[in-house]
Design a protein around this ligand. Structure first.
Ligand code: AMP
Length: 421
């Protein structure tokens, strides 16, 4: 026997009926971005490795441990995208999207890749819907970005999540905080690797989940204590607009995120039904990134929402999402002549936007009816020799079991009418 293959370890893969749920989640999150005036951006799945080293930060886990990096045939180092923001900013700078009015508001969706240890809710290929707005530092925009994520989750019926909010400060406050924090971390009992990380990227140590490290961080200095006046005002204004929007959040002074580019507003959506991998989305400001990647000095803010984890959260809440039916109408011909006739009916129906499937292979009526049931169709249309002679089509409503016979010329119209009632 020929070898059978399996998908690579740790990739998120969805087959029917799960794939219908997946699609419903992605559509819902994307629709929220579109409703808020974001335009679609279709981006490459691999980029120059240097883009991520420069944009996301060399000492982050994502860049130092989790990238899928390879040399192409021309010897260029490429990386499967581990996150969306660096690619968006690269594209905005490359195509001068910031010359046509600010802020530039774009959204994207697709797969991302991180070589992590796979577990429930943590994959090596996972999916995000994200958006970015570049060229405005209006705190109302920060609040709107958080609101758009919340609207996407709400459209699915999700309620069991909390919004964590922090400010990571502007460049001035960050430098000051770095110094204070490094001083604090130096006095702790840390292993060699963590000590090194404390020197390179002290904020990351706050994110260390190991109890032996966490237990020593209870008295760690907080960014909120050293925020510059302007960063503090900005943060206050964001909170003001969130209150106006009636969005509830929790202040999370210890929230740091895994990517270096974040400044000022930082947030995360965590769901309490998911266990360890509880973040269903997150984002924040990245005010220095555009200049860092060769563009104008424009501020930016955005989010990345995890489609896979949002789906798990919907399941944890017992939500029914996604249309599980494959089609609206199932066409069953009995005999060769009926087949040709019904195939053209199928074409007419699809032209009207009606999802239509067909009984191929000349199966028995009973077998075809079973296939119709499985398809989730609401109506079946049956044509045999006697219907052909009489110039009619038999329609059966699979929900109510009502049956009618309609003349061939009127069938598409009649089906449309029956589906709309
Ligand atoms: P991040 O870019 O790390 O802020 O990720 C944004 C969102 O993507 C997270 O809140 C998760 O919902 C999702 N996500 C990140 N990494 C993974 C992963 N390895 N597997 C599944 N979802 C992920």
């Amino acid at each position: 026997m020929a070898q059978k293959f399996q998908a690579p370890k740790g990739v998120a893969e969805y087959t029917p009926p799960d794939s219908n749920e997946f699609l419903a989640v992605r559509t819902s999150l994307a629709a929220a971005a579109q409703r808020a005036g974001y335009s679609y951006l279709e981006l490459p799945i691999f980029e120059d490795t240097a883009l991520y080293v420069r944009g996301v930060g060399e000492s982050t886990d994502v860049v130092s441990k989790e990238m899928y990096t390879f040399d192409d045939r021309g010897g260029r180092s490429l990386t499967l995208r581990p996150e969306g923001t660096a690619g968006v900013v690269r594209s905005v700078v490359e195509h001068n999207l910031d010359r046509a009015g600010l802020p530039v508001k774009v959204w994207y969706a697709g797969p991302f890749f991180r070589a992590e240890r796979p577990q429930q809710g943590r994959y090596r290929q996972f999916n995000q819907v994200g958006l970015e707005a570049l060229g405005s530092d209006d705190p109302a925009l920060d609040a709107e970005v958080i609101a758009v994520a919340a609207e996407g989750f709400a459209a699915l019926g999700l309620t069991g999540y909390r919004i964590l909010l922090n400010s990571l400060g502007d460049t001035t406050s960050r430098l000051e905080y770095r110094e204070v924090l490094t001083g604090f971390l130096q006095k702790l009992d840390l292993d060699e690797a963590t000590r090194l990380r404390a020197q390179q990227n002290p904020l990351r140590v706050l994110d260390d989940k190991r109890p032996a490290v966490q237990s020593q961080l209870a008295d760690a200095p907080l960014m909120v204590d050293v925020l510059s006046e302007s960063a503090r005002d900005h943060h206050e204004a964001v909170r003001h607009y969130l209150r106006e929007l009636r969005i509830e959040w929790e202040d999370a002074p210890r929230l740091v995120r895994g990517l270096d580019y974040y400044t000022r507003t930082t947030f995360e959506f965590v769901h309490d039904g998911l266990g360890a991998q509880s973040a269903i989305g997150g984002g924040g400001r990245f005010d220095g990134l555009m200049a860092e990647l060769g563009g104008q000095e424009l501020p930016g803010i955005g989010f990345g929402l995890g489609v896979d984890r949002t789906l798990l959260a919907c399941r944890a809440e017992g939500l029914e999402i996604g249309d599980q039916s494959r089609c609206d109408v199932f066409l069953i011909p009995v005999g060769e002549k009926a087949k040709a006739r019904l195939m053209s009916t199928g074409s007419d129906l699809r032209a009207r936007g009606i999802r239509t499937d067909f009984a191929f292979d000349g199966r028995s009526l009973k077998g075809s009816m079973r296939a119709a049931d499985r398809s989730g169709a609401k109506l079946v249309a049956i044509v045999g020799d006697s219907e052909l002679d009489a110039g009619v089509v038999n329609l059966k409503n699979l929900v109510t079991s009502d049956q009618v016979s309609v003349s061939t010329g009127d069938v598409a119209e009649k089906i449309q009418e029956m589906l709309n009632t």
